[in-house]
Design a protein around this ligand. Structure first.
Ligand SMILES: [Zn+2]
Length: 117
């Protein structure tokens, strides 16, 4: 997962643009093949090819856009920018039986989310 993100970063050398309405007008006027949308989903955070404004569907929200130096070629190619795993301190097996509400690593969640961007 991390290596996909790193590879994407190297290939596209993107520049981040804040998710505002003015900037949305800006990115939709650009070549859509040079734009990626950074947004949340119900599971993880993701980059989706093209300029999108997600703000009304379930847990999908647009944070902003990345303007790439090279175009994307596959509109079905998503990049995960966050990753959720089990807490190594109190929930290593993922069963959840030993989750420690006082755990300082996961704050009692039993999972840890790492953000790559
Ligand atoms: Zn923990």
């Amino acid at each position: 997962m991390k290596s996909i993100y790193r590879g994407w970063q190297e290939k596209h050398a993107p520049e981040f643009i804040e998710g505002t309405e003015e900037n949305f007008v800006l990115v939709t006027a650009m070549n859509k093949k040079m734009v990626w949308t950074a947004h949340s989903t119900c599971d993880s955070e993701q980059l989706t090819p093209g300029a999108h404004w997600f703000n009304d569907s379930c847990c999908w929200d647009t944070f902003g856009w990345y303007v790439s130096k090279t175009p994307w070629t596959d509109k079905g190619f998503y990049v995960d920018t966050s990753w959720t795993g089990f807490c190594i301190e109190c929930n290593e097996d993922g069963e959840g039986a030993e989750i420690d509400p006082e755990c300082t690593t996961c704050e009692g969640e039993g999972t840890i989310t790492e953000y790559l961007d």
